[in-house]
Write a protein that binds this ligand. Structure first.
Ligand code: SAM
Length: 171
């Protein structure tokens, strides 16, 4: 079930940490790809690629200036996460039947036409909060917890879960 994330309106100075967290969360919870839009930020792209090199998996990241074209050309269903949307708990059953999903996240104000370009506008609680939290809850609901057992292929390092302390394995 390929999931692609589109991060709209990235602002180099304000969003660097949060956009990085969007990418890392998307990767660990089973997205195939993140597309960044807004201000181009090679630092984020390189640091996410570096994480992938070391920790494995086949995650991709790229920059696209024209986010409307990304949405228009996407073959599959398009889901915009927004506090103004329909509650996730009412729509998740239908969303789970979709195989290819483009999940769209804002940072600055999302242009109004985006709400009409998508198949779903979905809220995770009808209150403002974080795109990282909204994404994590959506993906957890979508994969029903199976994403937590995801195997990352060809890692250079991995962790052995410990009751206490740290156990890092270099492969
Ligand atoms: N001020 C912006 C606006 O009016 O569009 C939104 C800022 S918010 C911190 C950034 C992003 O977090 C939103 O674009 C949305 O994708 C996500 N988000 C925030 N609260 C949400 C909620 N309750 N449900 C779903 N997504 C949410």
């Amino acid at each position: 079930m390929p999931i692609t994330i589109l991060r709209l309106g990235h602002r180099h100075y304000r969003d660097q940490r949060l956009t990085t967290h969007v990418c890392l969360t998307a990767r660990v919870l089973g997205a195939k790809k993140v597309i960044l839009s807004g201000e181009k930020d090679e630092k984020i792209i390189n640091s996410v690629k570096d994480i992938k090199e070391r920790w494995g998996g086949d995650f991709e990241i790229e920059y696209q200036k024209n986010f409307r074209k990304v949405i228009k050309d996407f073959k599959g269903k398009k889901l915009h996460l927004t506090m103004y949307g329909l509650p996730i708990q009412d729509k998740i059953k239908d969303i789970k039947t979709q195989k290819d999903l483009l999940i769209i996240l804002g940072s600055e104000k999302v242009p109004p036409d985006i709400y009409h370009m998508v198949d779903y506008n979905i809220s995770v609680g009808s209150q403002p909060h974080s795109e990282v939290a909204a994404l994590a809850i959506l993906m957890h609901e979508y994969f029903e917890g199976k994403e937590l057992n995801k195997d990352f292929k060809n890692p250079k390092i991995k962790l052995k879960p410990c009751k206490a302390g740290k156990d890092i394995i270099e492969t």
